[in-house]
Design a protein around this ligand. Structure first.
Ligand SMILES: [Zn+2]
Length: 375
């Protein structure tokens, strides 16, 4: 036999109780109330009659009638309190994520930082560290997402994702090049050398010799839509990493590839950062693990409506696909959702952006360099 659901039990009990209450009400009327109504309306004769009626009643019956409503109320409350769960699969509440307090956001009227790409230096191959430090002997291949050589718009032929804010279009590439420059500054101050897969003096992306293929032209899509930048450009970026390994593999004790992106999502509710890795064979997962841990520790993990944080996921994007990219330590980072207030603020605020890049790119790299030293 099928088990009755809680709602069915409650409905059965309630309908039974309604029947009991109606029965009791009729009983109360005839046994108690009608004599009192009689008292009010017909004076002493009815009063005496009522007394006779009451005298005829036995005490337990009176107590029962008086206590019955309280007993019924108690049973109903007990059933409500102890009802079984309505759904078979309880939804496990995700941990509450720390959020940037609202008061730290700039006022609504604040001018949005204009996405101007910093002038990056002409890339030597590699761009040498500015200082010696705990990243000595490490080479970082930095891939700022998107941008195209054959610039068709102000922001290049491949703008990456586009989103709108207060009537202005903003382009993913405008931020990824800035982020790449900031990561480079941070790690070069600690001994790390850099190779850019692409860079831009003013968003018109120049290409190193190894990235000579022009990126295919893409039509501009409506705001919020992502513009892929074509397989030729992407495989050329991955080839920079493979070339770096072939050319400098002996010179450096560690070579890591990081591709930087910003993610436009079709639906609201998305927030946060996640690291993407090639889940196939030939990948050394340690940098991915360290980055994912840093994302979780910093409460940056990708969530949907604040729930189910995910710091890492396997996606075989071309720039980190082992068929094109020969480096063993290679990740692609989606550093935020521009449509989300918290992320948007973090991406635009230079201090919080640098803090985020320090936490999720630089510190994991330092940890990895230390671990490799021990071997
Ligand atoms: Zn992208």
């Amino acid at each position: 036999m099928r088990k009755l659901s809680a709602i069915e039990i409650i409905l059965a009990v309630v309908s039974f109780l309604i029947w009991v209450v109606i029965g009791l009400a009729v009983g109360i009327w005839y046994l108690l109330l009608s004599p009192f109504v009689g008292i009010l309306s017909a004076g002493k004769y009815f009063y005496l009659k009522a007394r006779r009626v009451i005298e005829k009643m036995d005490v337990p019956a009176v107590i029962g009638v008086v206590l019955a409503p309280f007993l019924i109320a108690f049973i109903v409350l007990y059933l409500i309190q102890h009802r079984p769960p309505m759904v078979r699969h309880r939804i496990v509440k995700p941990p509450v994520l720390a959020k940037v307090p609202a008061k730290t956001f700039p006022p609504v009227t604040a001018t949005i930082e204009t996405p101007v790409i910093p002038d990056l230096p002409q890339p030597k191959m590699p761009l040498l560290a500015a200082k010696s430090g705990d990243l000595d002997g490490v080479l970082l291949v930095l891939d700022p997402g998107h941008g195209g050589k054959a610039a068709r718009t102000e922001f290049g032929v491949d703008t990456g994702c586009v989103w709108q804010s207060r009537g202005q279009d903003f382009f993913e590439a405008a931020y990824t090049y800035r982020e790449a420059k900031e990561v480079a500054d941070l790690v070069r101050a600690r001994g790390c050398d850099i190779i850019y897969t692409a860079w831009s003096p003013s968003m018109e992306v120049e290409t190193p010799a190894s990235l000579s293929m022009p990126l295919p032209q893409n039509p501009r899509l409506p705001s919020g839509a992502s513009l892929g930048n074509g397989s030729a450009g992407l495989s050329a970026r991955a080839a920079v990493a493979t070339n770096a390994l072939a050319t400098y593999g002996k010179k450096y004790r560690l070579i890591v590839f990081v591709s930087l992106h910003i993610d436009a999502m079709a639906s609201d509710g998305w927030q946060g950062i996640h690291v993407t890795y090639d889940g196939h064979a030939g990948v050394e997962p340690r940098y991915t693990e360290l980055v994912a841990q840093a994302i979780s520790d910093g409460h940056y993990a990708r969530t949907y409506n604040g729930a189910n944080p995910v710091a890492a996921s396997a996606e075989r994007y071309m720039v980190i696909n082992g068929a094109y990219n020969g480096l063993r330590q290679r990740v692609l980072l989606e550093t935020g959702i521009p449509g989300n207030d918290t992320d948007s603020w973090r991406l635009r605020n230079p201090e919080s952006r640098r803090k985020m890049l320090q936490a999720v790119v630089v510190e994991p790299l330092v940890k990895l360099a230390l671990e490799k030293e021990g071997k």
